[in-house]
Ligand binder design. Structure first.
Ligand code: GCB
Length: 599
């Protein structure tokens, strides 16, 4: 678990320099890098862009599919004016595990390929000189790691990733690397909670520094005018006649913390926040006490060339597509995205269900991957996995808790909750994560097709339900879709007749669709069939008032492992992988732009 995960900033006390660009890169199939002295650099490197997944740059399959250890290295200069400060390297995402060396000295290791970590390199760097950072990384998949999978060894000795999940195992330094200098005594975390009414909002804050508890705090509006001030480590900022952060109508204030030593500021940290509340009441999702019907998508950080790398250009386009189509929300399926995604959503008034990379927790999850028929939670890997799981839940909440866009926490995607062995795991997970978010936002996980109302043993845990359902595609497909609809209605009738009164959001449903394939009457894979399937689901959604959101799978086509179920990836996108609309996009735009917010 990281101590603090504040996003890097530059101000009069802090400096943030990105180390993106070309790094040295080398595969290490025999895991001999350390023995060969690669901790101080290596010969014959491949020049590799950062941030990027290494895979799709290669033209040979052994390199693209490479699984095992690999190294990155880069020289960087540390100016003398950083003397006396804490000097850090911050890695946005090193997928999946990394050990950091600076000038040959081992600094730290980190596991978890979708969350940031910081290495304190103060004692390892030479000031006023060039230094070298090297990383030994590894992208193998294991059952006791997130996301879960296996690593096979082929008869030719090569390793191969066998994910228990449906996205390509893109690997490398997928997000930016920052060189940071912060004061020795610095602010490392803060959090806020809110009370709002028509004419007043109160921001309850709390702030942490490595040493000291004297703080000056201020809140400014969008024009930079200070609207409230306070002092101390915890306190309230009261805003009269506030402009609230609303769904698709965002407004941001800036909160500024100054750490004081003997009355003098020694550090400062500012961030943009939104004044709003989130609650679940009965089967309603409320933002600022008003009901919201979610419409949006499951997504992936996925694009051509750079794989899973965060790309500001792709994100700009995705946000524009979501605004155009009338979306107001998305799930960060199946891992926390780059922080800049949340900053975009904060600005656009888009709600995020933030998901930890706990995916593949089901042995038979994808029968097309050759799943094994045993309960995942009976495995002897569970204790080790749990440690990593809760650790990443903690880091996700620490990193993202101050974003107004974050609506809820998704603690798992499609775990096998149909056996009793899942119950102790989820009891612990929900107990241990209860107090992590000062705002106490709702916690949930997605329920896979097999985890029906009848079968799941873990229905008592979520504050609201996320259902992933594929009638019309993985079963009752094609001409049988009417039976698929009947089955869906039969399950929803069971929810309706139960004494559960919580919102249900459909977090996945959809049909693989080859863009440009037209057929009258429709046939599976055609653009017409995708619309018919969405229309079937929409009819069902409109029949139950406890369904409080629809998020079809997926915003865009994305890369998966190759296999007989996938034609160059998952094609359930409403948009293509290069972000152009399939016919279904126009269908959804019509529906979503005409539904009222509180539908
Ligand atoms: C699911 C998974 C998602 C897959 C999707 C599919 O249930 O959560 O990762 O991509 O189904 O299309 O099979």
């Amino acid at each position: 678990m990281e101590k603090g995960l504040l996003y890097p900033v530059t101000n009069q006390f802090r400096q943030d320099q990105k180390l993106d660009g070309l790094w040295d890169f080398k595969f290490d199939p025999q895991a001999q890098g350390e023995a060969k002295g690669w901790t101080t650099g290596f010969d014959d490197p491949i020049k590799m862009p950062v941030p990027a997944s290494f895979n799709d740059f290669f033209t040979d399959k052994d390199s693209r599919e490479y699984t095992g250890d690999f190294w990155y290295a880069k020289k960087f200069f540390v100016p003398t004016y950083m003397d006396g400060q804490t000097i850090q390297l911050r890695f946005g995402a090193a997928t999946h595990r990394a050990t950091v060396y600076v000038n040959g000295q081992e600094i730290r290791s980190h596991e978890g390929g979708f969350l940031p970590f910081t290495a304190d390199i103060t004692d390892a760097v030479k000031l006023g000189q060039e230094n070298i950072v090297t990383l030994k990384m590894n992208n193998e998949l294991h059952r006791d790691a997130l996301p879960a999978g296996d690593t096979a060894t082929l008869k030719n000795g090569k390793k191969m990733a066998k994910p228990f999940f449906d996205f390509y195992n893109y690997s490398g330094l997928n997000r930016s690397v920052h060189l940071l200098a912060v004061p020795k005594n610095h602010i490392y975390d803060y959090s806020t909670t809110y009370d709002v009414s028509e004419d007043q909002a109160t921001v309850h804050y709390s702030v942490q520094a490595t040493d000291g508890s004297n703080f000056k705090v201020s809140l400014s509006d969008g024009d930079g005018k200070v609207v409230a001030t306070a002092e101390g480590q915890t306190g309230d900022l009261v805003v009269k006649n506030p402009t609230l952060w609303q769904v698709r109508d965002a407004y941001l204030y800036t909160i500024k913390f100054e750490l004081l030593d003997a009355g003098k500021a020694v550090d400062e940290y500012s961030d943009e926040i939104g004044l709003r509340t989130i609650e679940i009441k009965g089967h309603e999702i409320l933002v600022n006490h008003k009901s919201v019907y979610l419409r949006g998508f499951g997504r992936h950080e996925d694009s051509i060339y750079a794989g899973r790398a965060f790309d500001l250009n792709v994100e700009r386009r995705d946000m524009n597509l979501m605004k155009w189509i009338g979306a107001n929300s998305f799930r960060s399926s199946h891992y926390p995205y780059d922080e800049q995604v949340y900053k975009f959503a904060d600005r656009e008034g888009i709600l995020i269900t933030d998901e930890v990379p706990a995916v593949g927790f089901k042995m038979a999850a994808a029968s097309f991957l050759g799943g094994l028929n045993q309960s995942f939670f009976d495995g002897d890997w569970i204790d080790e996995l749990y440690k990593k799981h809760i650790d990443q839940v903690k880091d996700m909440i620490k990193r993202d808790k101050n974003h107004p866009s974050v609506l809820a926490w998704s603690l798992c995607n499609e775990p096998d909750t149909s056996t009793d062995s899942a119950v102790p795991y989820f009891t612990k997970l929900f107990n241990d994560s209860k107090d992590l978010d000062p705002e106490q936002r709702p916690r949930t996980f997605t329920l896979n097709e097999d985890d029906t109302f009848e079968k799941s043993k873990c229905l008592k845990f979520p504050d609201f339900y996320l259902l992933n359902r594929y009638p019309g595609w993985y079963h009752k497909w094609g001409y049988e879709i009417s039976d698929g609809e009947a089955g869906l209605r039969a399950e929803l009738d069971e929810w309706k007749n139960s004494d559960i009164d919580k919102p249900i959001v459909f977090s996945e449903y959809g049909a693989d669709t080859e863009p440009g394939l037209h057929k009258l009457p429709s046939i599976m894979w055609s653009e017409e069939y995708q619309i018919e399937l969405l229309d079937m689901f929409d009819r069902v959604f409109d029949s139950y008032d406890f369904i409080r959101g629809e998020q079809p799978w997926n915003l865009a086509d994305f890369q998966t492992v190759e296999g007989n179920m996938r034609v160059n990836g998952n094609k359930k996108g409403i948009f293509t992988r290069d972000r152009q609309p399939k016919a279904a996009a126009f269908y959804l735009k019509k529906r979503w732009t005409s539904l009222p917010l509180d539908y």
